[in-house]
Design a protein around this ligand. Structure first.
Ligand code: ATP
Ligand code: MG
Ligand code: MG
Length: 563
């Protein structure tokens, strides 16, 4: 199949298919560590890995890279499975039901056996230097490292020590297993990297079975090879790790463990999004210090956060397609993300009216006992979706800033003596106001023109410039509406080692007590609407109750940030 979007990774796959390297097979993996919630940066990796595999008739594995016992938990595993599923991806081939779901911790036996094999082949040794000594002997960018005094231990000694490490005879840090590569390599990752360390830690899956744990670089390439991954896509910071990835697999291929071709690591640029943070550690800090209301706070760039905010899987995928995949790290502007969401929602979201900052409007010449029906399209560009109906009566709610006593030049909305159209209703003329004891406007008075109703003949006789939305006070549904804005004021909140907490936007959440068109009162959790003239809103997935919706603002109608 012709891929939808071409990029350098797809070019590599096309070349492989031309030369027959993998016999047409494409197998990728998304390898999160279950030590936190996924964020929008991970979404880029998910979209890339799953869509590349899918487009070439292959499969993308979901693999938990779980070799750090201290930080990992099944809570994170579950949240990751939820997030990938919500984005609409499956770790299956199109034509069969097998699940390609893996855990690196399932490979502990094999990883351990391969480490013994490397020892037997003279390619790994137990180092007994202290951590400080190891650091001091690592060398620098300009100085080669020094060989450990333990580097030339016999195979038998190494095997014995490594087995005793596994048996729990030593303390943490007393010994490590290192690959025997080259202490003079210009690449630090090749200076005899540690591949196993002692940790007396409980692992959420293997419990207390192990007290030696494999390092990430050692585990990752072997997991890829065990799973027959063809293209192992990762972010650019792993470029310098690629020689080690290849070294380990080549050694194990020489030893007869793996057959060639071996999986190919390919690096791409990570997503950096302005006004957001994509470091799990810093996101955790926002949660634990209470700067946000949890991992799924609608302002968080986590996948659970953007989901609760109302962002759609399709909008996120559209965004990932638009930013593409390159080899150059860059910052993507938040407006690109929001724009993709808007483009997705514009077509999908039914329209409704909501008054977020209510001011009473009294139509003095409208009969007190009368209620009439007005109607409007569910979606202006999709007549097939039908019409919605809502009542009009003598007292309405309008938006406070749709009225002013002293109109500035070019103000076409309501002010004393001016005429506007009540959207999908009547033309009215403002006659005056009521004020409270502080002199604030508490209600606006007007008269309506009974022959001006939208959709009737008479409507054409009225030419007014202003068109304001409203809801009938007696029929409107009161609702809490949370107006979210960007979490940070600065485009790069954590740039240059700055304290990102100082860049927090103090106005990132505001709660409005709104009145909704009656139809929106039955909103189901996660149902999305365009509130006309305001933007896109979602019924909160947790706080919405039958007949009592709570809405979150997803995004405004257009990009107004900083304007
Ligand atoms: P953190 O550094 O915040 O802990 P991580 O990169 O270590 O995140 P992992 O769970 O190891 O998190 O990541 C899983 C996959 O997602 C990796 O392949 C990683 O390269 C990719 N990934 C993580 N962050 C980004 C990002 N900002 N843009 C693109 N891909 C990313
Ligand atoms: Mg990681
Ligand atoms: Mg990390």
């Amino acid at each position: 199949d012709a891929p939808a979007v071409s990029n350098f990774i797809r070019n590599i796959i096309d070349d492989d298919n031309r030369t027959g390297k993998w016999g047409g097979r494409v197998e990728t993996r998304f390898p999160p560590e279950p030590n936190g919630y996924l964020h929008i940066g991970h979404a880029k990796s998910i979209c890339l890995n799953f869509s590349v595999a899918g487009d070439y008739g292959g499969v993308c594995h979901l693999r938990f890279d779980d070799t750090n016992p201290e930080k990992e938990d099944v809570e994170y595993v579950n949240s990751i499975i939820d997030a990938v599923t919500w984005l609409g991806f499956e770790w299956k081939k199109a034509d069969d039901d097998r699940e390609y779901l893996f855990y690196a911790s399932d490979y502990y036996d094999k990883l351990y056996a391969f480490a013994e094999l490397l020892i037997q082949r003279g390619k790994a040794y137990v180092d007994s230097q202290s951590p400080d000594e190891m650091r001091a002997n690592r060398g620098s960018a300009t100085e080669p490292g020094k060989n450990s005094p333990f580097r030339d231990r016999s195979v038998d000694d190494n095997l014995d020590l490594f087995r005793r490490m596994k048996a729990g005879e030593f303390k943490e840090g007393e010994h490590v297993l290192r690959a025997k590569i080259d202490m003079a390599s210009p690449n630090f990752n090749m200076r005899d990297p540690v591949i196993y360390r002692i940790r007396f830690a409980h692992h959420y899956r293997t419990g207390d079975q192990w007290c030696v744990y494999p390092m990430y670089d050692y585990t990752h390439c072997i997991s890829d090879a065990l799973e027959n991954i063809t293209h192992s896509l990762c972010t650019l910071e792993f470029e310098d790790h690629r020689p080690l990835y290849d070294w380990i697999l080549e050694e194990l291929a020489d030893a007869g463990v793996f057959t060639r071709p071996l999986p190919q690591q390919i690096e791409f640029s990570r997503l950096n999004l302005t006004y957001a943070i994509t470091s799990k550690r810093k996101l955790l800090q926002l949660v634990t210090e209470g700067h946000v209301d949890g991992w799924d706070d609608p302002r968080m760039p986590t996948i659970v956060g953007v989901r609760r905010r109302g962002f759609t899987p399709d909008g996120i995928k559209l965004f990932c397609e638009r930013i593409g995949v390159t080899k150059v790290d860059s910052w993507i502007d938040m407006s690109v993300f929001e724009g993709a969401l808007r483009d997705d929602l514009d077509d999908k979201a039914p329209r409704t009216a909501a008054v977020l900052d209510p001011l009473k409007l009294i139509i003095d010449n409208y009969p007190a006992d009368l209620t009439e029906e007005c109607e409007a399209p569910v979606h202006p560009h999709h007549p097939e979706r039908g019409m919605r109906k809502f009542p009009i009566s003598r007292e309405l709610w309008i938006e406070r800033d749709d009225f002013t006593e002293t109109p500035p030049k070019g103000y076409f909305r309501l002010f004393p003596g001016n005429k506007v159209r009540l959207r999908y209703g009547y033309v009215i003329e403002c006659t005056g106001v009521d004020k409270d004891e502080n002199g604030n406007v508490s209600a606006v008075h007007c008269n309506y023109y009974p022959d001006s109703k939208s959709g009737t003949e008479g409507a054409n006789n009225y030419k007014v410039k202003g068109n304001i939305h409203w809801v009938s006070a007696a029929h409107a549904v009161p609702a809490e509406v949370r107006i979210y804005d960007r979490l940070f004021k600065e485009p790069q909140p954590d740039a240059g080692g700055r304290d990102f907490l100082e860049a927090l936007n103090p106005d990132s959440k505001r709660v409005a007590h709104a009145y909704l068109e009656p139809g929106a009162g039955d909103a189901q959790p996660e149902e999305r609407f365009q509130f006309e003239r305001h933007g896109y809103f979602v019924a909160d997935r947790y706080d919405t109750k039958p007949g009592k919706p709570v809405f979150n603002r997803i995004v405004g109608l257009r990009d107004t940030w900083g304007k």
